[in-house]
Design a protein around this ligand. Structure first.
Ligand SMILES: [Zn+2]
Length: 99
C-alpha cells in the first residue's frame, strides 16, 4: 500500500476512526480471519513504513522491519501514553494466551 493511502485510510475509514465497530460481514471464513487479523476493533492502529520485509511460510505471515511507525487513535495521531497503553494491553493478551 502507498504510504499516503495508508495515512489517509487511518484518518477517514469509519471502522478505524470510530473504534467501536466490528466486521459485520467478513469476506474470509473465521479460521482465516483468526490467523490474519483481530476480529475486534483494536481502536489504535499503526502504519508501519518498511523498506524490508519477508514472508514466513511456516507462520503464514509477513515479517516486516519497520523504518517508521505512525500510530493513530480514532483517526488522529496517538500520544506516547496511548501507544504505551496499547502495547501493554497487547503484551498482556499474548501472555494470557501462553497459559
Ligand atoms: Zn495507493
Amino acid at each position: 500500500m502507498h504510504r499516503e493511502c495508508a495515512e489517509f485510510a487511518v484518518q477517514v475509514c469509519p471502522f478505524i476512526v470510530y473504534g467501536s465497530n466490528y466486521r459485520k460481514n467478513p469476506t474470509l471464513n473465521t479460521d482465516d480471519m483468526a490467523r490474519m487479523v483481530d476480529n475486534d476493533n483494536p481502536v489504535i492502529f499503526c502504519v508501519s513504513v518498511a523498506s524490508r520485509y519477508r514472508y514466513e511460510p511456516s507462520a503464514g505471515v509477513f515479517v516486516i522491519h519497520p523504518d517508521e511507525q505512525l500510530w493513530f487513535l480514532h483517526g488522529k495521531p496517538a500520544t506516547p501514553e496511548q501507544i504505551a497503553d496499547a502495547k501493554n494491553k497487547a503484551q498482556a493478551e499474548i501472555e494470557s494466551q501462553k497459559t
